[in-house]
Design a protein around this ligand. Structure first.
Ligand code: SER
Length: 321
């Protein structure tokens, strides 16, 4: 079944993961072979087309024009924004994903990546070392759309012989593009605030523990899973992934090792309830076994790298993104 990756389209290319993934993919497959798409063009996007994934025709036009054979479908509304606007989350995450899968079937797309999330789990899921096969009863609109995406992905593999792959990303920490409307955003905001103001008001309690991952590991996961030997994959669109887990307080303490004056306060808001419904740590042994997943960054390594990168941006005057 595995056919070649030649011409890639990335949806949601202006987002936190997309904006960095296109750079890695272009390095690997060539600038002219990686098309960035999003609803609105972002400066410096390179080869770019405007695509609204909720409009099937808008995707189709671009697939035909650029002879696309591989899709990284990243366009999605995250958990917190999804609770503020559930209808939008349904439209983008469900209809958008369905459109992408249907186009993959109709245009015989070789390979598709559709990320899922720790949001696929819910309060009834075991929270420590969460197993691969477990209870999926999420309580957010984002989470339920991600479960549907996983199930649809597996359905298209079995029913239509389409090569769909995906993993359950934890909170992603990065310094280039801010995440847009997730519950794990505090783990990114805290770094920007520490560098800019040496203080941060965190929107979850200090004892909130969630699984997280540094961007270089996230990009590696996406690329490695897409390049894995299909015949070795027993799972397809729902791989558990893990890198590190820490409480909000442990993160603040780690930052303080570098910036001793840093002060973190805690004022939980509606996102606390979402965080409390997600796992603390994840068992990713199937990803390790089936396609060799292994993260590189832990809390200390990630914190050091984040602070170095953001200090550099502050000196250059490019921190206000
Ligand atoms: N980072 C996402 C969120 O917080 C989880 O996948 O919504």
């Amino acid at each position: 079944m595995a056919k070649e990756i030649k011409k890639i389209m990335v949806t949601g290319a202006a987002g936190q993961i997309g904006s960095e993934l296109i750079l890695i993919l272009r390095e690997k497959y060539g600038d002219e072979n990686v098309l960035a798409t999003d609803v609105i063009r972002k400066d410096g996007a390179g080869l770019f087309e405007s695509v609204d994934v909720t409009k099937k025709g808008s995707i189709e036009e671009v697939i035909k024009k650029h002879n696309i054979d591989t899709i990284y479908h990243l366009a999605a509304i995250l958990s917190a924004k999804g609770e503020e606007n559930p209808a939008l989350a349904w439209d983008v995450n469900i209809n958008g994903t369905y459109n992408i899968l249907e186009i993959a079937r109709e245009y015989k797309i070789n390979r598709i990546f559709i990320p899922s999330s720790i949001a696929a789990f819910g309060p009834e899921t075991p929270r420590d070392n969460t197993p691969q096969e477990t209870i999926l009863r999420p309580k957010t609109m984002y989470g339920l759309t991600k479960v549907a995406g996983e199930l649809l992905g597996d359905y298209y593999v079995k029913k239509f012989d389409i090569d769909v792959r995906g993993c359950r990303f934890p909170g992603i920490i990065s310094h280039k593009t801010l995440p847009g409307g997730g519950t794990t955003d505090y783990a990114v905001e805290i770094f920007f605030a520490a560098i800019k103001n040496k203080k941060y008001t965190c929107f979850v309690r200090e004892d909130t523990v969630l699984p997280m991952m540094y961007m270089p590991d996230c990009l590696k996961a996406a690329v490695d899973l897409m390049e894995a030997d299909f015949s070795q994959l027993k799972h397809h669109a729902d791989f558990n992934l893990s890198a590190m887990s820490f409480s909000a307080k442990e993160l603040a303490e780690e930052i303080k090792k570098h910036i001793p004056e840093f002060v973190c306060e805690y004022k939980p808001d509606f996102r606390q309830k979402i965080a409390d419904s997600w796992p603390k740590s994840i068992d990713d042994s199937f990803a390790r076994k089936e396609w060799g997943w292994k993260p590189q960054y832990d809390l200390a390594g990630m914190t050091k790298d984040m602070l170095q990168a953001l200090s550099k941006r502050q000196k250059e005057g490019t921190l206000n993104c």
